[in-house]
Design a protein around this ligand. Structure first.
Ligand SMILES: CCCCCCCCCCCCCC(=O)SCCNC(=O)CCNC(=O)[C@H](O)C(C)(C)COP(=O)(O)OP(=O)(O)OC[C@H]1O[C@@H](n2cnc3c(N)ncnc32)[C@H](O)[C@@H]1OP(=O)(O)O
Length: 213
């Protein structure tokens, strides 16, 4: 995700707040369509699609129906070089239709996220696809590293243990923390929990690139 910074004085805000709200709403409709296409069949399919397209059309005609004064969660920002950057992150960005999105609820020595996964993330029936558990944990552990280590780091190793299936359609918690910092290397660990029980565990290594010569 781009690092937020103050916009240079000679540049305008990249888009109005209402357009950012609209873009995030549209991403939400896309998510609902993605899930609905997997659970809606036969004669129900066309009315389902009409309903979803209708929600989008109504929002386009009357953006204030989305809630006057509502704030976008991830509006475009200016990066360090003053360029407009959309938050593309495929796990947390409200603007990215393939992100669930996972929400950061606590940040510090330990980072805590919450997320509810719909049908498009299914592996076994009503359970999360294992590869997607790794995606959630990679993001959460990376965030813990980002919050606690000043240099940007990239995932070098990630090991996942699958102890119980992660349920779909209910809130799950993802926890992450740094365990050791050794020069450019940062080690972190974390878990996915459902109903207070650990479903998956992860540990891994994040490395910040060597400074340029
Ligand atoms: C402007 C930027 C904005 C960025 C925004 C980001 C948004 C991200 C969004 C969220 C994204 C979520 C996250 C994502 O998805 S991040 C994306 C997925 N990750 C990647 O694409 C990373 C690909 N890999 C690399 O680019 C390089 O390998 C990096 C830069 C990571 C390191 O390459 P470099 O060549 O520098 O290092 P090295 O490989 O020689 O190793 C260095 C040292 O480490 C030691 N070592 C290795 N393995 C182990 C081990 N298992 N236990 C103990 N030690 C180990 C090794 O022996 C060596 O030791 P020494 O010889 O120094 O003593």
């Amino acid at each position: 995700m781009a690092e937020a910074s103050t916009a240079p004085p000679d540049q305008r805000v990249p888009e109005s707040i209402q357009h950012s709200v609209l873009a995030e709403f549209a991403a939400g409709v896309c998510r609902d369509i993605a899930g609905g296409l997997l659970s809606t069949t036969g004669d129900d399919l066309v009315p389902f699609l009409e309903r979803e397209v209708g929600r989008l059309r109504q929002a386009l005609e009357d953006p204030f129906a989305l809630g006057e004064g509502s704030e976008p969660r991830h509006p475009p920002v200016f990066d360090r070089r003053g360029r407009i950057a959309v938050a593309t992150n495929p796990v947390v960005s409200h603007r990215n239709a393939i992100a669930p999105p996972m929400k950061l609820v606590r940040s510090g020595d330990e980072c805590e996220f919450t997320v509810e996964l719909p049908l498009q993330y299914q592996g076994p029936p009503s359970k999360l696809h294992g590869g997607y558990s790794a995606v959630l944990l990679d993001e959460a552990l990376w965030k813990a590293v980002r919050v606690n280590v000043s240099a940007i780091s990239f995932t070098r190793e990630l090991t996942i243990g699958y102890e119980r299936p992660v349920p779909l359609f209910e809130p799950v918690t993802v926890l992450a923390r740094v365990t050791e910092v050794d020069g450019r290397k940062t080690f972190a660990e974390g878990e996915i929990l459902a109903g207070g029980e650990v479903c998956s565990r992860a540990h891994g290594l994040w490395i910040s690139p060597r400074p340029r010569e």
